[in-house]
Design a protein around this ligand. Structure first.
Ligand SMILES: Nc1nc2ncc(COP(=O)(O)O)nc2c(=O)[nH]1
Ligand SMILES: Nc1nc2ncc(COP(=O)(O)O)nc2c(=O)[nH]1
Length: 534
């Protein structure tokens, strides 16, 4: 059955006498991500407090006093033995002593701001209090989308506000109904800084009301990212290993992709792979994979002609050891087709590097068994769960596959965050061509928005995929050839462009392609047609 690790259970409040509190963090001075990470680590280091959940990070305009830097905000859930007053004291100590906050004036710049927004006692009862230095629930909670949005990633959708007795998600909907510009938040995935400058993947999320449920979900309106593939394997099914072994020609290929994509985009992601993952392919050894990828990563990163603020590097590996070496060599993202299933150490590596992104893909079995594991049933989709909350898609046949994918990715997500991987690192991928028959790949693409709005609830356990970006990798794959009759992978570039555009239409935030020259145009056209970006 589907068993979530203990950190996902709010049962903590009942069977262990701990209280649960929700804190909001904000920073707009210095290295904001590092300030946030330090504040979380300081909180976690207190023997009477454990950080149990961390939300996405959102960038937003200053709300009250405009003339200052953009803020990074988010929320965390903690379990603690501290009383509200003791918790406030701990937050203040972290703000002023550990992170040297200097308060010039109200609503002014701050290295870190830690606010208690909700507090539940050991019986799970909400505390409501007003003293001259502490008001719970936070008095300005209901006017702040930069607090409510991340909070709604952490709480069950039926969690009510202790004073208004209305579901907290409804308060967020009421803010979104006002259609204020400042409520269009930008979800950021922090990447390693280079030259002391922030580097992020950014996804501007516009709240969109679901016509049937009336509930708001967020739709990405910023440009879709193009991820160019650089396969260094001699046997890659899609480009016949033309580049394997020759470092200079590989770097030249990188420069070409960069030049092609930056004509039409502000950034490019380049995915470097050293171990083919096509069905039944013979797996390279870890040593071979390292030799094919790490020197190349180092050479790219040391190449001054490449604009590193615009070029984001990804390593396509399911091996923790390779991921670790790649991070040390300057990679920004770990792209794991196994979603952490092939190497139990992968999530620990990511937990150690909270400013490295992680693409968590769906698959089943391994590269030699996955083609047989393509049975997705309604029963499994619904197994052990009471409530799905997602867009207005019916539970029917059309969403059985994507709800199974969501459920299985949720299992991996729970394992990842349970060892300290941050939600803000994670990108989801439905795994086109992995444990899916041809037509199931079409369903997976059509279900992208259901996956983005997916949430799973069982007892007190719940996981929402709200605000998690989705990457799709359709390029040159067999399901295209099955429909177009193109037997040879390299003949599928034209239709890959078609599919890439459709992926954008169905909600993809990143599309992984071989032929960047043509596909970046398809993706930009799709942005112009489906998104608000001109
Ligand atoms: N975008 C944004 N704007 C802001 N404006 C004022 C305050 C001051 O908040 P306080 O009342 O908790 O000190 N915090 C933020 C913030 O965190 N994010
Ligand atoms: N995130 C992600 N990574 C991937 N890596 C390799 C392949 C196999 O294709 P290739 O051999 O052409 O790279 N497909 C994916 C994919 O669909 N998603």
């Amino acid at each position: 059955s589907f068993d979530l690790p203990v950190s996902h259970s709010t049962q903590i409040t009942t069977d262990s006498g701990w209280n649960v509190a929700y804190l909001a963090f904000g920073s707009n001075v210095g290295d904001r991500v590092s300030n946030i990470q330090c504040a979380i680590d300081y909180l976690n280091s207190h023997e009477e407090l454990t950080v149990t959940k961390v939300s996405s990070i959102f960038e937003s305009e200053p709300m009250y006093f405009q003339d200052q830097r953009l803020f990074l905000n988010g929320c965390i859930e903690v379990k603690t033995l501290l009383s509200p007053q003791e918790l406030l004291k701990l937050c203040k100590r972290i703000e002023y002593e550990e992170l040297k906050r200097v308060k010039e004036f109200d609503n002014g710049p701050r290295s870190i701001d830690l606010d208690i927004i909700l507090y539940k006692d050991e019986d799970g009862e909400n505390v409501v209090m007003t003293t001259n230095d502490l008001v719970i629930p936070h008095p300005r909670l209901l006017e702040r989308s930069f607090v409510l949005e991340p909070l709604c990633e952490l709480i069950s959708y039926n969690e009510v506000h202790p004073v208004t007795a209305e579901p907290i998600i409804e308060h967020l909907n009421q803010i979104y109904e006002q259609e204020r510009d400042e409520d269009i938040l930008c979800k950021v995935i922090p990447l390693p800084r280079i030259g002391g400058k922030d580097r992020f993947l950014k996804f501007k999320n516009k709240p969109v009301r679901d016509s049937v449920t009336g509930r708001f979900s967020t739709q990405t309106i910023s440009p879709t990212y193009t991820m160019g593939i650089l396969n260094t394997t001699p046997d890659s099914f899609s480009d016949g290993g033309q580049l394997s072994g020759n470092l200079e020609s590989q770097v030249e290929k990188v420069r070409t992709m960069v030049q092609e994509v930056l004509k039409l985009s502000k950034q490019i992601i380049i995915d470097i792979g050293g171990c083919s993952t096509r069905p039944n392919s013979e797996q390279a050894s870890q040593q071979q994979e390292v030799e094919r990828t790490i020197p190349l990563l180092k050479k790219i990163r040391s190449d001054k002609s490449i604009p590193h603020d615009k070029v984001i590097l990804s390593i396509d590996t399911y091996r923790a050891g390779v991921a670790k070496l790649a991070i040390e060599a300057g990679v920004d993202l770990v792209n794991d087709i196994s979603g952490g299933q092939f190497d139990a150490d992968m999530f620990a590596v990511l937990a150690e590097h909270p400013n490295v992104g992680y693409i968590m893909s769906h698959t089943r079995g391994n590269t030699s068994t996955m083609t047989k594991l393509t049975k997705y049933s309604e029963a499994e989709a619904e197994e052990n769960t009471i409530e799905y909350v997602y867009g207005h898609e019916e539970r029917g046949e059309a969403t059985v596959l994507i709800r199974n994918i969501g459920r299985e990715l949720a299992q991996q997500y729970a394992k990842a965050v349970d060892v300290g991987t941050k939600r803000w690192q994670i990108v989801l991928d439905p795994g086109i061509g992995f444990a899916k028959q041809s037509m199931q790949n079409l369903e997976a693409i059509k279900g992208i928005n259901v996956l983005k709005n997916y949430s799973l609830a069982r007892d007190e356990h719940f996981i929402h995929f709200r605000n998690l970006p989705v990457l799709v990798g359709p390029s040159r794959k067999k399901f295209i050839g099955k429909i177009t009759g193109d037997e040879v992978a390299a003949d599928r570039d034209f239709t890959t462009g078609t599919v890439a555009g459709a992926c954008v239409g169905f909600g993809a935030d990143i599309v992984r392609v071989h032929n960047t020259k043509n596909c970046v145009k398809s993706i930009r056209m799709a942005d112009a047609l489906y998104r608000e970006t001109p």
